[in-house]
Design a protein around this ligand. Structure first.
Ligand code: ADP
Length: 334
């Protein structure tokens, strides 16, 4: 697992429960989403109704699971958590749906990875609070309609565009979660430090925030690694200097690039003069699989404006040369 990876690892799962904001007011950033969701939930509460289905789209680690728990808490409802890949058959989904209680929140992570038949069952459940359970096989099969109590589906996906339109259209409210600004991540870090009983100053938090790739999960993970360093090599207090020294040990640089990211950029710049170079060639040069370079390293490098994917291959931007402290080769006059 990468220290700067956005998906949860084992340690995250254990610690995150303690770090999750419990209500909308505690949830940092995402101002628009928070305001809109607040209206949706307040209105439903005032009507004494179950909240509309909510779709949350955004990269891993931005707070989708946390928000779904907040929705349940704000509605005073229990929550059931599952994911698209965990639902292999329509029957799996029928079992979950038929055991929901009135007003319950069903959180379906990675909803775009559900099987087709389950997806179709979900359409009807979302719209009519009803499922057809198929009994028997072949010509003798019959559909037995089953009434469901009203519930709130909270679906999460990395990209809303991946969802089939009929599914997307059945959500009453869609929220796009954006990457966080450094100032917002600083607030996440200060909050987590308080909960973990760690002393950190303003500059220490800023130093960690700047390396957290716009992602609260990464901010919380880096905070824990810096805390270790502060305890073992210093007096336990996190300052800018301690944070920078700790993250140098873990090879996370001042923009949040790790060893792999830097290896890709370094090869692109030093071996191929900044490109264009094909993905396979670049992957061989860093000794990694094509997929690793394309799916693990490149998205963040592209987002940071350090690398661009062009029809002729990968190219480095001027900012990449600056970041690695290298001078771009002199262009011969055209
Ligand atoms: P996702 O479901 O999008 O992968 P999570 O909801 O599991 O992300 O959040 C990952 C971690 O980041 C959790 O520990 C959570 O407490 C923290 N976190 C996410 N968003 C926020 C936020 N807006 N404010 C404070 N902490 C947050």
């Amino acid at each position: 697992e990468r220290l700067v990876g956005a998906t949860a690892d084992g340690e995250d799962s254990a610690v995150e429960a303690a770090l999750r904001p419990k209500d909308l007011a505690e949830f940092v950033g995402q101002t628009k989403v928070r305001e809109q969701l607040d209206l949706v939930l307040r209105a439903a509460r005032a009507r004494g109704a179950t909240a509309d289905h909510v779709l949350l789209s955004g990269a891993p680690g931005l707070g989708k699971t946390t928000l779904s728990m907040i929705i349940a808490a704000e509605m005073g409802a229990p929550i059931r958590i599952t994911s698209g890949p965990a639902i292999q058959h329509a029957g799996d989904l029928a079992a979950i749906l038929s055991s929901l209680t009135e007003g319950e929140v069903l959180f379906l992570d990675e909803i775009h990875r559900m099987s087709r038949p389950a997806e179709e069952m979900l359409y009807m459940a979302m719209e009519d609070f009803r499922v057809d359970v198929i009994v028997g096989k072949g010509p003798g099969a019959t559909a037995i309609p089953l009434e469901l109590p009203p519930f709130t589906l909270v679906g999460a996906t990395t990209r809303a565009g991946l969802l089939p339109p009929p599914l997307r259209d059945r959500f009453g409210f869609t929220a796009h979660m954006e990457f966080y600004e450094p100032a917002e991540l600083e607030r996440v870090i200060h909050r987590s430090a308080r909960l973990l009983d760690v002393t950190i100053d303003t500059e220490g938090a800023a130093e960690i925030a700047g390396r957290s790739r716009g992602t609260p999960r990464i901010a919380n993970r880096l905070l824990r690694r810096v805390r270790d360093y502060a305890q073992v090599r210093a007096d336990g207090v996190i300052t800018r200097e301690i944070a920078a020294r700790a993250l140098a040990v873990y090879e996370v640089d001042d923009r949040g690039l790790d060893r792999l990211d830097r290896a890709v950029l370094d090869a692109l710049l030093r071996l191929f003069g900044g490109g264009p170079v094909g993905l396979s060639t670049l992957a061989v040069a860093v000794g990694e699989e094509r997929e690793t370079v394309e799916e693990v390293a490149e998205p963040f490098l592209v987002r940071e404006g350090l690398l661009a994917r062009t029809p002729r291959g990968r190219i480095a931007t001027p900012a990449a040369w600056v970041h690695l402290g290298l001078t771009p080769p002199q262009q011969p006059p055209a």
